[in-house]
Design a protein around this ligand. Sequence first.
Ligand SMILES: [Zn+2]
Length: 373
Amino acid sequence: MRRRYVRKLFNTKKPYDLNQSDGLFCHAMRENALYHYNHCKDYKRILDEAQFNPLNIKTMDDLIDLPFIPTLYFKHHELFSKALWKMPIKATSSGTSSGFKSKVALSIGDLWRGFKMIKRIFSYHKLWSIRPVTYLIFGYQPTKHSSAGIMKTAYGFTYVAPAKKRVYAIRWSKEKGYQVDLEYMKQEFIKAAKKRTPIRTIGFPAYTYFLLKEMEAEGIQLKMPKGSIVTVGGGWKQFYAEKVDKQEFYRLVNDVLGIEEKNCVEFFGAVEHPVLYTDCDQHHFHVPAYARVIIRNPDNFKPVKNGQIGLINLLTPMVEGTPLLSVMTDDLGILHDENCDCGATSPWIEIIGRVGIKDITTCAQGAEELLKN
Ligand SMILES: [Zn+2]
């Protein structure tokens, strides 16, 4: 099957111009819906039961009626639209050993689209660099023992600028398994401050925050080399869950590492919605052209007006390995359409946090448990 519109959408030159790409987005969603309808038996059943014909997707309003799949569903069911052996990436969402994990597979085409998206968005935010950097990664050292999607993402980010060195906060040893070692990270920060190679930090905001807090308490004040950037992100678990005030975080980064607020960049994405959201200089997560966001009333799932709180429903025609067209998260959020000083015209999404569903152990909790041990 040809993917004419999806390809066009991922070739778009203006990643935050949604008005211009609305029509294209609808066509791409119809194309992707038809693909999964014809290649995934369970997806066909879901649409048939809802009496939804993918051919009916003609306008943005039709996307409201396209059945969404809760992220929880991916934790209990495997939905694939291609033979598994044909797909290079089988990612699982983060979770504890007792919790369920979403299984999502990505095809070679999906990776290619992901690459184009990252390339475009990073160009827009001026995140590419040909200058080698030292990566300080607040995340898992990649080994064959972990297949968490976050880890793969973090590792992928280290190709954005050439890596001179990669340092991991959660390291694997044969005797103890994964262990958090913030003292080791602290020493690496101190070493890096004496060199000329810029640093980039990546990963869990909770760890970054804890370590910086500790360094501040010890009176450590560093000045990182020019060109250093702090990036945080890692799935849905954001500051919101940790109740860390963002301004407080930026202040810490400035005081302890000597890196200005404008060089703090936050990302989010999810295994079930592998679209890259990057905050602008006003720290707003604008919706990129590859995705749309519908905020729904938790009681009846009807869309709410912009500016009102509801459940976050994420849409993208990016993936052909797994039917991720319309995914319902268990997070509450708000879609804002006020003008933003950064100049991007697309609305931005504010994530309020997780709805309390007890059997989901979030990544944040998992990370906290690791810290306690
Ligand atoms: Zn903005």
